[in-house]
Ligand binder design. Sequence first.
Ligand code: C5P
Length: 281
Amino acid sequence: MTSDSARLEAPAKINLTLHVTGRRPDGYHLLDSLVVFADLGDVIDMTGGANLSLTVSGPFASGVPTDQRNLVWRAAEAAGLTGAIKLQKNLPHGAGIGGGSSDAAAILRHAGRPDLAPGLGADVPVCLRPEAQRMTGIGAELTALVGLPAFPAVLVNPGAHLPTPAVFQALERPDNAPMTKLPGEDQDLTGWLDWLALQRNDLEAAARHLAPVVGEVLATLQAQKGARVVRMSGSGSTCFALFEQASQATAAAKWIGNAQDDWWVRAVTCNPNGPRRVGVS
Ligand code: C5P
């Protein structure tokens, strides 16, 4: 790698909870969400140069634009970065796990321009620091959380593309209760899972209405041995299950992958201090 080249990692964002607590006059919704990041993500390789170019590879490259419609392009342009950007798309997109937002945040981190994040989308600010955070307001009010354990998890995406605006539009009521009081710093994994099981993703019913397969994914995860919390992430269609032990997550991922070979299924760990290294498959 030359001095002006860099490899950036853009981990998957998981909303362990997503409470919708209100709607602003401009249509944006107020949220109360606990966000962590998985050790799996997209990878971006940058090489210096006078002109900006973007190429996309990887298992989810199909249909990803390589121009201004791509958040990576918009982030680079806004930050004044030029050169060749190679984006390896390992995460399903339009999938509730922040693929495009995490990619854009990685570019802004690299450029030293975190101030540009809110202008690129409500989920971009939280992705600037891939660590456990509580997200309120429309997404830009962030509080770092300490004392969370690492969560062994399984992610499942059935291939249904759910546009975020459509899911918010299908929401029956925007004025739901925020999260209950968060566990203290001394709480262990079991205590956190007990608390998480009582929280919600308020977009789940709307997503299931638009894509009934989401209900099928949730039921499949619920049936897995050791699954303690089963929920959708973001506006879907990716859902997750949390387990006490990594071996249970691995076994569940194997079982679901065998039963549903057209679903994307991965066993991951959500580390509260951010992924040590982002896997690509
Ligand atoms: O900001 P971003 O472009 O990611 O948001 C996409 C859409 O999702 C918005 O246009 C809006 O319809 C919906 N949204 C919302 N409230 C939020 C975040 C997103 O209503 N807090």
